[in-house]
Design a protein around this ligand. Structure first.
Ligand code: 1DX
Length: 186
């Protein structure tokens, strides 16, 4: 994945636990990289090892680290690396989720080596939808739960997320029910 992802993990850890914790995590992960370069590619394995080491070092389940990282990605990383494009992708949470496919193809035009996940919305109702998450990267469902919660914060639309199908339970892809309180149209 692009170095931006590892940089984002670093920023999240340093923000909450300090630089020393980050150095210990890199050491434990066996990652000997001083500075991650945002627009350079790194093996996915590095990111997975950093998450596993953070989980051990901070005594948190890996799922909790991934979920926190999903929120951090939306509320800090994508915003900073991306400025207006994120906000431009939708005025409401459901609009944003519906635009994710377009959004990712736009980002992929700028960053040709991006291997973005594919999101599809079905069962769209006034206060809920089902989000389908297709990716070749295993184990990242908790990251998507965090993304959705972060988007809920960004749009001042708190969400509840329920995993209704999971790859690690044998499903073809992960599926989430996303539920919020619809605001009546003005
Ligand atoms: F809901 O693959 C909202 O490298 C969402 O399953 C979900 O393959 C927003 F460094 C700059 C750069 C660069 C900007 F400068 C990437 F080059 C990309 C910014 C996407 C914003 C996907 C990152 C693939 C790298 C993937 C987990 C999990 C997707 C991370 C979140 C918008 C982003 O992101 C999986 C790669 C960007 C950039 C966004 C992603 C790769 C997402 C979202 N993905 C690089």
């Amino acid at each position: 994945m692009y170095g931006l992802v590892n940089k984002a993990v670093e920023q999240m850890v340093c923000m909450h636990h300090g630089d020393l914790a980050w150095e210990r995590i890199k050491e434990r992960a066996g990652v000997d990289v001083d500075v991650f370069v945002s627009n350079e590619g790194y093996p996915d394995d590095i990111t997975y090892r950093l998450v596993a080491a953070a989980s051990a070092e901070l005594d948190l389940p890996a799922e909790a680290v991934l979920e926190a990282f999903g929120q951090h990605w939306v509320l800090h990383t994508a915003r900073e690396a991306y400025g207006g494009l994120l906000e431009a992708a939708g005025r409401t949470l459901p609009e944003f989720l519906g635009n994710l496919p377009d959004f990712h193809s736009r980002v992929a035009m700028i960053f040709p080596n991006l291997q973005p996940p594919r999101f599809v919305c079905t069962d769209v109702k006034p206060g809920s939808l089902r989000l389908h998450y297709h990716t070749h990267r295993p184990g990242l469902a908790p990251f998507v739960v965090g993304l959705l919660k972060g988007l809920g914060t960004m749009y001042s639309t708190p969400v509840e997320v329920r995993v209704v199908a999971a790859c690690d339970q044998g499903a073809d892809h992960d599926e989430f029910d996303v539920v919020w309180s619809p605001v009546p149209a003005a």
